[in-house]
Design a protein around this ligand. Structure first.
Ligand code: PLP
Length: 280
């Protein structure tokens, strides 16, 4: 954003009923289309920070909205950031929207981003994958070649290169027969933690301290805290209880359940609750 001078436009993520806010997304996309005639749409599911992945119907509605705006003449780059791909725990869609966006319309360029990152339970390897959908069948190879060259150029001009050790570890891991079983084992740990959070949050005692946003996937969930500022709460949690969380805006606190053992999750939310009470 800073480097390329992009202007970020946002919309409320959820409807009041707790679904993905497709109407708000569509309205904002139409505004940008009217203003600029072009847009880059960034879709990130499972989402950071909310931990939400849309249902199949919501996913279809997002794709339909993008298609409609493209048909009205807007050029759209639709990027799916699939950094948390595969970490689906409940009744969400379980595919990337990239598949539905690829080659959907000549004005839509679909780009898929994957990394040897959260979805592979590794961090800091700096190894990622960029996939471009090559437009409709008549797209000239020259266009896609130019895109590839420009991408290589911008990588070289910014980060220079991905480190070779990271690439080697990833390649060896992906080639190992033990890898699918190890990945399934880690997935079960994550799912166990996510479902435990849901179970704990059912406790009515928390109702005066927060509501929580829908979550069904990924590494995180967000509380919407009541009567205290999210940033003040974050600082207090860290100072008094040694608990680290991320504050977003005035009311939202992101909790990374991915890094807390299942048996410690209750204590974590009790500490957050105590911290809210200290401040309110
Ligand atoms: C949505 C999303 N995309 C991409 C990344 C980048 O992953 P990494 O830091 O491993 O490059 C992150 C990391 O937090 C993320 O949350």
């Amino acid at each position: 954003m800073t480097r390329c001078g992009a202007v970020i436009k946002k919309y409320p993520t959820f409807t009041v009923d707790g679904g993905f806010n497709v109407p708000a997304f569509k309205a904002e996309l139409k505004n940008v289309a009217a203003e600029k005639g072009k847009a880059v749409v960034l879709l990130n599911f499972p989402n950071n920070p909310s931990g939400y992945t849309p249902t199949v119907e919501e996913g279809d509605a997002i794709v339909a909205a993008i298609q409609e705006v493209a048909e009205d003449g807007c050029n759209i780059v639709a990027i799916t950031d699939d950094a948390y791909f595969g970490l689906f725990y409940e009744d969400s869609m379980t595919e990337s929207l990239y598949g539905k966006l690829a080659n959907l319309h000549p004005r839509i360029l679909a780009i898929k981003l994957d990394g040897a990152t959260k979805e592979e339970y590794v961090w800091g390897f700096r190894t990622g994958f960029i996939t471009f959908a090559d437009g409709n069948k008549t797209a000239k190879p020259k266009v896609i070649t130019a895109l590839e060259k420009k991408t290589m150029g911008i990588i070289r001009a910014t980060i220079s290169n991905c480190p070779h050790p990271g690439q080697t570890f990833v390649l060896d891991a992906l080639s190992s027969d033990q890898y699918p079983a190890q990945k399934a084992e880690k997935f079960a740990v994550m799912k166990g933690r996510a479902l435990k959070v849901k179970e704990i949050l059912k406790d009515a005692k928390y109702a005066d301290a927060w509501d929580y946003y829908p979550f069904n996937s990924g590494y995180f969930m967000c509380l919407k805290v009541k009567n205290v500022g999210a940033e003040a709460l974050r600082v207090h949690l860290l100072d008094k209880y040694g608990v680290g969380a991320i504050s977003i805006g005035k009311t939202d606190l992101r909790v990374a359940f991915s890094c807390i053992a299942e048996e410690d999750i209750k204590e974590l939310f009790d500490l957050i609750y105590d911290a809210v009470k200290d401040l309110s």
